[in-house]
Design a protein around this ligand. Sequence first.
Ligand SMILES: [Zn+2]
Length: 72
Amino acid sequence: MSRCPMCGTELGPELSPARPFCSPRCKKLDLQNWLDGVYRLPRELVPEDLSGLSDDEQAELLARIARNQPEG
Ligand SMILES: [Zn+2]
């Protein structure tokens, strides 16, 4: 048994397409927190982070990443 790291919902035996999150919504919230620097995870964005997002959402997030890149 595992829990969604975003909201703590217990995850059932069926695999969520957004795992380890319970839903695409929690996955998106986590990604937004990451982009906002809340977590400051020392990792690169991976394609899986964008899976489940609409094209518009992906474009928005990628634009935010571009703006967050340090100069140079
Ligand atoms: Zn959740």
